[in-house]
Design a protein around this ligand. Structure first.
Ligand SMILES: Cc1cc2nc3c(=O)[nH]c(=O)nc-3n(C[C@H](O)[C@H](O)[C@H](O)COP(=O)(O)OP(=O)(O)OC[C@H]3O[C@@H](n4cnc5c(N)ncnc54)[C@H](O)[C@@H]3O)c2cc1C
Ligand code: SF4
Length: 329
């Protein structure tokens, strides 16, 4: 690991000024950043510790039933907050399915959203063809081992997936990331936060150098919501695929609105917009549900080893729809 200078930011203005330098990285829980430095994925020469920024760990309720978290709120604190369990149970479930209790006690919700792909070629300690890590070297996963890779939104330059569990729930909840930066802060919907792979793979998200996530906001409550994660072992494992569903039923128990996001199928949480539209007006136990869900997979493009993710994703959505429809409003 290369040597670096360490400093602690006393305030947001100071943090933004210091992080304008491209060699600077913010340090939150450090559970991702320090691994990247060890694996040669990142090599900042200055680390700016933002963990003491006042108020950045707050967890608040909003008058419309929604929620607001500071970017430095610890994952376990968010997952176990009674307001989160009540208003957005799927976010609580998504967080508790991530990593280990020890990591969740340290890791922050802002840092979690910024984690990088778990693609084995990208994380390998030896130099393998990987456009994301070594621009212009090709993508070893495109025609190599790609069972864990994308079925949506990939390009020949990169077929990786984004591994964050909380991001999938936040995408289905229509949450936004709120930032501070020199040019003025902004509000970015989580559905538009991640960049799909194109010729330039340098940035995983739309954040600019030195842009600081301050808060994350969820509009309105989603008490009928659930998160299901499939993985190769029951704990301490990233998702093979996952689904987050928030369901609104009308007085006749028909689906008024379904919001569905799949995880580990693309380089961003993937909203099944066509399925959401096709489900509106149906009873959750209607025989037309399966066909409506199927429309969400029309644009799926499996690679050589991951067509199973279409079947898995479809079954996950059907199961989550049933579970969410049985929850109390
Ligand atoms: C063994 C292991 C298993 C894991 N399993 C899972 C899993 O199953 N599911 C899952 O979702 N995650 C999993 N994770 C990922 C884990 O959740 C992340 O490591 C963690 O959430 C990152 O948070 P952090 O606060 O430690 O981020 P850091 O490591 O401090 O930062 C990560 C990145 O975000 C930047 N950053 C941090 N905060 C801000 C901010 N406020 N504004 C701008 N930039 C910022 C940093 O500069 C850095 O680039 C796992 C991690 C490990 C090590
Ligand atoms: S999928 Fe992306 S991260 Fe993985 S080898 Fe290809 S370019 Fe690299």
């Amino acid at each position: 690991m290369q040597a670096f200078a360490y400093a602690r930011a006393a305030g947001v203005t100071e943090a933004l000024a210091a992080a304008r330098n491209a060699d600077t990285a913010f340090l939150a829980g450090g559970t991702e950043l320090l691994n990247w430095m060890r694996l040669g994925i990142a090599a900042p020469t200055r680390i700016l510790d933002i963990t003491r920024l006042a108020g950045f760990d707050a967890i608040e309720t909003l008058p419309d039933g929604g929620l607001r978290f500071g970017a430095l709120a610890r994952l376990n604190d968010v997952a176990l907050a009674p307001a989160v369990v009540e208003r957005a149970p799927m976010l609580s479930q998504a967080i508790l399915s991530a990593a280990s209790p020890q990591i969740r006690n340290l890791a922050t919700i802002g840092g979690n959203l910024l984690q990088k792909t778990r693609c084995g070629y990208f994380r390998a300690e030896e130099k393998l063809p990987c456009n994301k890590k070594w621009p212009g070297t090709g993508c070893a996963a495109r025609d190599g081992l790609n069972d864990r890779h994308a079925i949506f939104g990939w390009s020949d330059t990169c077929v990786a997936t984004q591994p964050s569990d909380p991001a999938v729930a936040l995408a289905a909840l229509d949450a936004s990331v709120i930032t501070a930066r020199g040019a003025g802060g902004r509000r970015i919907p989580v559905t538009e936060f991640y960049r799909l792979p194109d010729a330039d793979l340098a940035g995983d998200t739309v954040l600019e150098q030195g842009e600081l996530i301050t808060t994350i906001e969820i509009p309105g409550a989603a008490p009928r919501s659930t998160y299901i994660k499939v993985r190769e072992r029951e704990s301490y494992e990233f998702a093979t695929a996952s689904v987050a569903i928030a369901l609104d039923l009308d007085a006749g128990r028909r689906i008024a609105r379904a919001r569905i996001a799949l995880g580990s199928v693309a380089l961003r949480p993937w909203r099944l917009v066509a399925a959401e539209e096709a489900l509106a007006g149906l009873q959750p136990d209607s025989s037309a549900i399966a066909a409506a869900v199927e429309t969400g997979f029309a644009e799926a493009r499996p690679l050589a080893h991951n067509a199973y993710k279409i079947t898995l994703g479809r079954n996950l959505v059907l199961r989550a729809l049933r579970l969410a429809s049985e929850m109390a409003p």
